[in-house]
Design a protein around this ligand. Structure first.
Ligand code: 5GP
Ligand code: ZN
Length: 109
């Protein structure tokens, strides 16, 4: 979708700090992190809400979240996925947050 900021990141039109890149999924650091290591995992296919993305496109996302949390050394963390403005969704391209808890960031430098 031409106006979507995350589609622009997928295309490389907007820079990002990439953590994982496969044909279906991209993960990168959040530009405004709630904690050090705050990462976003997105299906490359554009869809506004979880219900807009086919299961096979979503299937890789949680395993990637798991790998990123492990790579960050985060033992305590939240996985968050917002749908709709009232649920605090700001970017209308499905994304999963991995948010390490600030007091458990050994190994994050
Ligand atoms: P939401 O509230 O939609 O679940 O979260 C959107 C997230 O996307 C926010 O945490 C915000 O900081 C992040 N974000 C918005 N624009 C950009 C961007 O251009 N690059 C990156 N890396 N993250 C972004
Ligand atoms: Zn998009």
């Amino acid at each position: 979708m031409a106006s979507c900021i995350f589609c622009k990141i997928v295309k490389g039109d907007i820079p990002s700090f990439k953590l994982y890149d496969s044909p279906k999924v991209l993960a990168f650091l959040d530009i405004n992190p709630l904690a050090k290591g705050h990462a976003l995992i997105i299906p490359k296919t554009h869809g506004e809400k979880l219900t807009d993305i086919p299961d096979d496109e979503l299937a890789e996302s949680l395993p990637v979240a798991k790998k990123i949390a492990a790579a960050l050394g985060a033992e305590n963390y939240n996985i968050l996925q917002n749908n709709g403005r009232l649920a605090h969704q700001e970017v209308d391209h499905v994304h999963f947050h991995v948010i390490p808890k600030p007091d458990q960031q050994q190994g994050l430098g």
